[in-house]
Design a protein around this ligand. Structure first.
Ligand code: TMP
Length: 212
C-alpha cells in the first residue's frame, strides 16, 4: 500500500482557510481518497490543551514569546506522532489546517526568532518531515484582520498590533517565494475564483502523485 499525502492549508486570519479546506475535502471525496483532518496548534487531546493555552487571553500571566514558540512545537510533535504519521502510514491523506510554515511566519517573522533557531527547533520536532504540498492563501493583513474581526471575538494572537501581522505576512511571502512545494493562492479574489485556483492545484497534485 502506498503512503498517503500531506496537504497543508496556510494563511493569515481571514484568508478563508476553512472554505478552502471544504473545497479540498470535496475533491478528495470525489476521487475516493480516504483522509483525515488536522489543525495546528491542536489535533490530539494534549495538543488541544496547548491550543487553549496559546489562544486564550490570560490577564494574570503573560505568555512569553519563548513559551509560545515551544508550545507550538510541542503541539506539533504530539500531532505528528499520534495522528499525522499513523494516518499516512495507513495510506490515508491528511488535510492540515496549518503546520510548520505558521511557526516560521508567526514566531519567526512576527516574533522575530531568527532562522537558525527556527531550523533547530523544527528539526528536533519534525526530523525532516515536510508536507507534500502547501496551499498558502495570501491576503493583505488589513483585509484579513477586518474579516476576522467581523467574525467575532478575537483570540490572544489576533489581538496583536498591525505591525506584527505585517511581519507575519512578509515572512509568509518570503518563504513561499523560495519553496517550490508551496503554491500561493491570491485570497483577495472573489471566492469562486479562489476556489477554482485551489481546485486546479489540488487536481494537478493528485494527477502528479498518480504518475509516481
Ligand atoms: P487558527 O488556526 O484558528 O487561525 O488559530 C491559530 C492561531 O495560532 C493563529 O493566530 C496562528 C497562530 N499560530 C502560530 O502563531 N504559530 C503556529 O505555529 C501555529 C500553528 C499557529
Amino acid at each position: 500500500m502506498s503512503t498517503g499525502k500531506f496537504i497543508v492549508i496556510e494563511g493569515m486570519e481571514g484568508a478563508g482557510k476553512s472554505s478552502a479546506i471544504a473545497v479540498i475535502e470535496s475533491i478528495l471525496n470525489e476521487q475516493g481518497i480516504d483522509y483525515i483532518n488536522t489543525r495546528e496548534p491542536g489535533g490530539t487531546p494534549l495538543a488541544e490543551s496547548l491550543r487553549d493555552m496559546v489562544k486564550s487571553v490570560d490577564n494574570q500571566e503573560t505568555l512569553t514569546v519563548e513559551t509560545e514558540l515551544l508550545l507550538m512545537y510541542a503541539s506539533r510533535s504530539q500531532l505528528l506522532a499520534n495522528k499525522i504519521l499513523p494516518a499516512l502510514a495507513a495510506g490515508k491523506w491528511v488535510i492540515g489546517d496549518r503546520h510548520d510554515l505558521s511557526s516560521r511566519a508567526y514566531q519567526g517573522g512576527g516574533r522575530g526568532f531568527d532562522e537558525s533557531i527556527m531550523n533547530t527547533i523544527s528539526d528536533i520536532t519534525l526530523k525532516g518531515f515536510r508536507p507534500d504540498i502547501t496551499l498558502y492563501l495570501d491576503i493583505d493583513p488589513h483585509i484579513g484582520l477586518s474579516r476576522a474581526k467581523a467574525r467575532g471575538d478575537l483570540d490572544r494572537i489576533e489581538l496583536e498590533k498591525m505591525d506584527f501581522f505585517i511581519r507575519v505576512h512578509n515572512k509568509y511571502r518570503e518563504i513561499a517565494e523560495q519553496d517550490e512545494s508551496i503554491v500561493t493562492v491570491d485570497a483577495a479574489q472573489e471566492m469562486l475564483k479562489v476556489h477554482q485556483d485551489i481546485e486546479k492545484s489540488v487536481i494537478a497534485f493528485i494527477a502528479k502523485t498518480a504518475l509516481v
